[in-house]
Design a protein around this ligand. Structure first.
Ligand code: G6P
Length: 614
């Protein structure tokens, strides 16, 4: 949800900001803009479209400055156009803002400002914010820092903001503040960077500070100070990010999504590294050690998440209930937080989130914490908001995921949640040693088995050609392959814009079967498990109505290939681990179909990777 980047130091700010914005484009990409201080004036360039469009429009401009800020937008207030693109000037033109988030009471503030003669050039809440700050500064004759602080006490909503000023006394000044939206500060040699995540920064410095809610960071005359909303000085913790540049570049792949699909053997291995050894019968999740006992004793686990992470939660429900015998409820975070949920002291609430920043998931967790639940996180981005809020958790260690459609994060989440379920079942003393050893043995083989599935990429590509003009798709699965059906359908619709739905296979008879004819491709996830016979019957029912069947089957299946139009094989594994393999061909199928339809796979329309608004 909007990417922000700012710089002050000794380098040329413009190319650095453009490069940074490209790294943050996964957060939003409907318009982009840059503000630079040139000759004592704030100069803003902004444009509807991608960062590359902005860059192309400035090819002859060569803007020069060592202080500036940039923004890539995902529209909330006001349609994506040049006017609504950030940065925004204040009324006087002496201040400029970039903003990620939503100001909920902007309408009331705007009316007050309008009654004082303020005029607005855009439809955004962000322009209201900067004018509010300007108005406070005028009225109180305070410093810009103080005006920001006072404004923060009045505005309701979520934000990460950066401000620049054209006043001579503010030369070299950058002010940033956060509440609810992420903001990272890079600390270099006589230079500072602000950004929505560390990716625009790591090329220059690995030393970063994650700003907390209600904190204000000010760089003035080359000095950084951090205070809170009550003007109490803070001692920010400088940490070293372990992120290498190649992890955030495409590395020869046409798209980040394809790179990330192909990274899965490594990312699944990375998330088990140091945690599992089948030979030694060893399983340790260091981050959960102190809470394992409480989880094992809990009467109920609630999982809250959104999007693909919610699907990982649904897979985990099967695994936890099967192994740990604890009832699990999986909730959309957005629904959970607004329906006065019943949470009892000692309930365990697990948030799953790749970014660790999803607003609804974060809010659901805050609510659960306030009601006395033990709150845990399964997140990918180290240092993000959710892991900082939780009592304990386990990182997925999948590495940066940049493609908007989530792939390697899903398999890493399912892997970590499986490890958690096994650990809890062991703690409860209900997992037989043989089953424990077998599960670890099979888990250690998953990376090689994913590698094997990836070898069928060419075959999947050929198959994709036959379906790339389809208008609808149905995905069906049973048991823990039902969430895989949901995930397959989500992948396809989000990147190819083909309408797709996922259902439990048995539910087909209660509605979706009415859609089936010769033009309806139906993807069955039909691996060998205890509902195999039942899903074979469902395949026959689709064939009897002339539907086109694509089936994901277990290697060596003899029956389904005689029924289905196309089969995609995955290696055999322990039944509860099957989703880690069966999802992979579906990711590839969506990818190739989207590419064949000419879609922008990494930046699908209207979507953003990190949803920091409700
Ligand atoms: C967005 C992304 C999805 C992601 C969902 C939840 O919709 O496009 O890929 O699954 O948010 O994000 P999270 O970071 O909480 O997993």
């Amino acid at each position: 949800m909007c990417g922000i980047v700012a710089y002050v130091g000794h380098r040329e700010a413009y190319p650095l900001i453009i490069k940074g914005l490209k790294r943050l484009e996964y957060r939003g990409y409907d318009s982009a803009g840059v503000a630079l201080l040139i000759g004592g004036e704030l100069t803003i360039y902004k444009k509807k479209g991608k960062v590359a469009d902005l860059e192309a429009s400035l090819i002859d401009a060569h803007p020069t400055s060592t202080i500036g800020m940039g923004h890539t937008r995902w529209a909330t207030h006001g349609e994506p156009n040049d006017r609504n693109a950030h940065p925004h000037y204040s009324h006087s033109g002496r201040l400029a803002i970039i903003h990620n988030g939503i100001i909920e009471n902007y309408e009331a503030i705007k009316q007050k400002l309008q009654s004082k003669g303020y005029e607005f050039r855009s439809d955004t809440d962000s322009e209201v914010f900067v004018n509010f700050i300007e108005d406070i500064q005028k009225a109180t004759a305070s410093s810009l820092e103080e005006a920001v602080r006072l404004a923060m006490q009045e505005v309701v909503g979520a934000y990460a903001i950066v401000l620049m000023s054209a006043e001579p006394e503010d030369s070299g000044l950058l002010i940033a503040a956060r509440k609810g939206s992420p903001l990272v500060i890079g600390v270099g040699e006589d230079e500072y960077f602000f950004a929505s995540d560390a990716t625009p920064i790591i090329e220059y410095t690995k030393e970063v500070i994650y700003l907390d809610d209600h904190q204000i960071a000010v760089v003035r005359a080359g000095e950084l100070t951090v205070t809170n909303i009550d003007n109490v000085p803070q001692s920010p913790y400088i940490q070293t990010v372990e992120l290498e540049l190649e992890a955030i570049e495409k590395g020869g792949f046409e798209h980040f999504m394809l790179k990330e699909i192909f990274e899965q053997p490594r990312s699944v291995k990375d998330c088990m590294r140091g945690r599992v050894s089948a030979d030694e019968g060893y399983l340790v999740l260091g981050g959960l050690r102190d809470y394992l006992d409480s989880i094992a004793k809990s009467k109920r686990i609630v999982i809250v998440a959104c999007g693909t992470s919610w699907h990982a939660g649904l897979v985990a429900e099967y695994i936890f209930e099967e192994l740990a015998r604890i009832p699990v409820e999986v909730e959309y975070a957005s629904e959970f937080r607004y329906r006065n949920p019943i949470i009892k002291e000692g309930d365990v609430v697990i948030a799953i989130s790749q970014s660790g920043e999803t607003m609804d998931t974060l809010a659901a967790l805050e609510l659960a914490k306030s009601k006395g639940a033990i709150i845990l996180g399964v997140c990918n981005v180290v240092g993000s908001s959710i892991p900082r809020l939780t009592h304990a958790g386990a990182y997925t260690h999948a590495g940066p995921e940049i493609g908007v459609a989530s792939t390697k994060a899903f398999t890493a989440q399912v892997t970590v949640l499986t490890l958690m379920a096994i650990a809890v079942a062991r703690k409860k003393g209900i997992l037989h040693e043989d089953t424990f050893r077998r599960l670890l043995f099979e888990l250690e083989r998953i990376p090689d088995k994913i590698e094997k599935v990836l070898k069928s990429a060419e075959k999947i590509k050929e198959m994709a050609w036959q379906f790339h003009e389809a208008r609808n798709f149905l995905y069906l699965g049973r048991g823990s392959n039902f969430p895989v059906a949901l995930e397959g359908a989500l992948k396809l619709k989000e990147i190819s814009y083909i309408h797709a739905e996922g259902y439990p296979a048995a539910e087909m008879k209660h509605g979706p079967i009415a859609l089936i004819d010769q033009d309806m491709p139906v993807v069955f996830i039909a691996t060998r498990d205890n509902s195999y016979e039942k899903i074979v019957s469902n395949i026959q029912e689709v064939k009897a109505r002339k539907g086109k069947v694509i089936a994901v089957v277990t290697e060596g299946d003899k029956l389904i290939p005689t029924l289905a139009d196309h089969v995609l094989e995955v290696p055999i594994t322990h039944e509860i681990l099957t989703p880690l393999l069966s999802v992979v061909p579906l990711q590839l199928l969506s990818y190739y179909i989207a590419v064949m339809r000419g879609c922008n796979v990494d930046q699908p329309r209207n979507l953003a990777k990190s949803v920091t608004v409700e």
